[in-house]
Design a protein around this ligand. Structure first.
Ligand code: HEC
Length: 164
């Protein structure tokens, strides 16, 4: 009699533990909300690369190319350069926009590849930063040098990737 009770107790305990196990596993399953394999992208590309080129890159580059110049004619020498803090700041904003456009064309959905495209976009970013440094130093000479770097960064990529 005692033995029987003993066994019933063990079977009862086993069922109890088994039951708890079920509850725990069940709870875990319920908590398993579908998690995407990779983190969801935080950016949603809207513009095409062509639109970024014509709306951001080209105007920014034009502002840099035309910011400093010396024209010699029979009328005399005409020097063009930013004249005050606001004009320097405006040029700095163009340089910053050019650099950021480089970030825009390397994001997922726009990057053509992870090799030359990224390298050439970085070259444009670096040229934009170089211009920004020249602006911070208010050095017209450095703006000219940076402008050459900007121009080279455009040409290199167009030669490799532009098909029109
Ligand atoms: C990383 C590569 C890359 C760099 C750097 C780059 N471009 Fe482009 N650009 C392209 C490609 C590719 C196209 C052609 C896009 C198309 O037609 O779909 C293009 C097209 C253009 C266009 C034509 C846009 C139109 O509406 O047809 C202009 C203008 C332009 N780029 C200016 C520039 C200037 C200025 C720079 C340098 C400051 C520059 N790009 C740097 C890749 C680049």
């Amino acid at each position: 009699m005692l033995k029987t009770i003993h066994w019933l107790f063990i079977v009862g305990a086993a069922l109890f533990i088994f039951g708890i196990g079920f509850v725990v596993v069940g709870a875990r399953e319920a908590r398993r909300v579908p998690v995407p394999a990779a983190a969801a992208p935080t950016t949603t590309p809207v513009a095409t690369t062509k639109q970024i080129m014509s709306a951001i890159v080209a105007p920014a580059a034009d502002a840099i190319f035309s910011a400093v110049s010396t024209t010699v004619s029979e009328k005399g020498i005409v020097e063009v350069a930013p004249q005050n803090d606001e004009e320097w700041a405006a040029l700095g904003a163009k340089a910053a926009a050019l650099a950021e456009a480089g970030n825009l064309i390397v994001i997922d959905g726009r990057a053509v590849d992870q090799g030359d495209w990224v390298t050439m976009s970085r070259a444009m970013i670096d040229a934009g930063r170089q211009t920004l440094k020249a602006v911070e130093a208010k050095s017209t000479e450095s703006v000219l040098t940076a402008g050459e770097a900007v121009n080279t960064s455009c040409d290199n990529c167009h030669e490799r990737y532009r098909r029109d």
